[in-house]
Design a binder for this molecule. Structure first.
Ligand SMILES: NC(=O)c1ccc[n+]([C@@H]2O[C@H](COP(=O)([O-])OP(=O)(O)OC[C@H]3O[C@@H](n4cnc5c(N)ncnc54)[C@H](O)[C@@H]3O)[C@@H](O)[C@H]2O)c1
Length: 443
């Protein structure tokens, strides 16, 4: 099939490369000339494990342009452009509408079949509202005749985007009409390597399903974090012991049930807030999504309180891990960065930070108020207290020669319990979150 993919970012570039790898002819379209130049040079425009290899293999079937009307020559156009949140937390369609003005113009006056697929996260009702209206007006064609409209979001985690796209838990297709859904089902059928269950439905139900999935997951994370907070105050409490058993109940399941610190990234916080806005606007009860968000925001203060309880004015705090999760350089809503910001505001400590891939961007985001260092070793040597905020695998193996102290022992706050107490307890004081803490840490 000939496919145009508009928006070659963290999701669009991997999807376009996969479609090309699977034998489709792909035209990538992006407003950024530098992104287009990279793709046409066979280079990955974003950091994502496995993407460069895919692009090299599929190079002769994947080209790019900034010209949006060129999408009309494809059989399908997939839109994965940003949908920034407004001040209330609702997703905005400005970029999608701008793209459709041009794509629609390209489609006008033609009568060959074309399906437009929205993969960006949107507010439920968008596809049957502004998106359909813009497409029909700009193209002068009616959706449902020779023009199809689908909504099909990706369920991925950054760092494993390619595996998640090749082996999804499900394929979700919202469709304007059966013909549109069939075209997309065929396209994704050739992409997926695990024969996933497929659900085809109306556009609005697919839009709602997308944000409902993430809102459910965030609710589970906040639940586990609330449990961790209880365990830290309960004599004998240990969240890992509790969640390990809890997750065995098939009604609950084990995934995303790790009591630790706040969730972050470009999707979870925003999708959850958007669900609350949607519920409120419809006059439905937004309490569950709002509570999930409030609990998440409170996690930064919970962690900062535990850190402060172990510090004296003038101490040096080291933060290991600034990306919002391992295997990505994205720092949006990262708990490590949020903790650094809270401690900077205290104005009492010196803060040094290190991340395998995100030190520079985190220091910039914090306005230079913290000092970035070149290695975990250097950070450990310089710090009086260290927080492991992102569970990068390398933080489970701390260099022993940087841990020894002459006077007071180094304190390491292990948010994700990555350190083996057997290996390290002789040398350092490990504070494992989610377990009964000293009273001073709880005030
Ligand atoms: N990143 C994630 O983990 C993730 C997960 C699920 C859903 N989403 C959703 O997918 C969408 C895209 O997210 P992303 O993370 O890939 O974004 P991104 O910012 O990484 O990439 C967006 C790309 O679109 C391009 N672009 C912007 N405006 C454009 C326009 N008018 N015309 C053509 N190109 C344009 C940008 O130059 C950029 O290359 C968003 O709606 C997001 O909410 C993201």
């Amino acid at each position: 099939m000939n496919v145009a993919v508009v928006g070659l970012g963290k999701l669009g570039a991997p999807l376009a490369a996969i479609l090309a790898r699977k034998g489709n002819r792909v035209l990538g379209i992006d407003v950024s000339p530098s992104v287009v130049e990279l793709v046409n040079g066979g280079r990955a425009p974003v950091e994502e494990p496995g993407l460069q290899e895919l692009m090299s293999v599929a190079r002769d079937r994947f080209s790019a342009t900034t010209e949006l009307t060129a999408a009309a020559d494809a059989d399908a156009t997939i839109l994965i452009v940003p949908t920034p949140s407004d001040e209330r937390g609702a997703f905005t369609n400005t970029h999608i509408v701008a793209v459709l003005e041009e794509v629609g113009r390209g489609l006008s006056g033609r009568d060959d079949y074309h399906v437009v697929v929205v993969a960006s996260t949107v507010m439920p009702g968008s596809c049957d509202g502004a998106i359909r209206q813009t497409l029909e007006r700009a193209s002068g064609r009616r959706v449902g005749e020779t023009l199809g409209l689908c909504y099909s979001p990706e369920f991925i985690a950054l760092g494993s985007v390619i595996r998640n796209m090749l082996e999804p838990d499900m394929v979700l297709i919202g469709e304007s009409d059966p013909r549109a859904g069939e075209v997309l089902e065929r396209l994704y059928g050739d992409v997926c390597e695990n024969d996933p269950p497929l659900r085809r439905m109306s556009l609005v139900n697919a839009e709602l399903t997308k944000i409902a999935v993430n809102t459910y997951i965030t609710m589970k994370i906040s639940y586990a974090n609330a449990l961790a907070d209880v365990c830290e105050r309960l004599p004998g409490g240990d969240v890992d012991v509790v969640t390990d058993a809890l997750g065995l109940d098939t009604r609950i399941g084990r995934k995303y049930l790790r009591g630790a610190i706040a969730y972050g990234g470009p999707c979870f916080p925003r999708d959850n807030k958007a669900f609350a806005v949607l519920a409120r606007d419809l006059g439905a009860e937004p309490l569950l999504a709002e509570a999930t968000d409030s609990i998440n925001v409170a996690q930064i203060e919970r962690l900062a309180r535990i850190v402060r309880s172990r510090l004296a004015a003038g101490d040096v705090v080291g933060i290991l891990g600034l990306s919002y999760k391992p295997d990505t350089n994205v720092i949006e809503e990262s708990p490590g960065v949020a903790l650094a910001r809270a401690l900077v505001e205290d104005g009492e400590y010196e803060i040094v930070v290190y991340d395998p891939v995100a030190t520079g961007s985190a220091v910039d985001a914090l306005g230079g108020a913290v000092q970035g260092v070149a290695s975990a070793h250097e950070l450990l040597e310089r710090s009086d207290l260290v927080v492991i905020a992102t569970p990068w695998p390398e933080f489970a193996e701390l260099p022993r020669d940087a841990l020894e102290r002459d006077g007071q022992r180094l304190v390491v706050i292990d948010c994700w319990r990555v350190l083996s107490p057997v290996t390290y307890s002789e040398t350092i004081d490990i504070v494992r979150l989610g377990r009964r803490l000293e009273q001073s840490s709880l005030i």
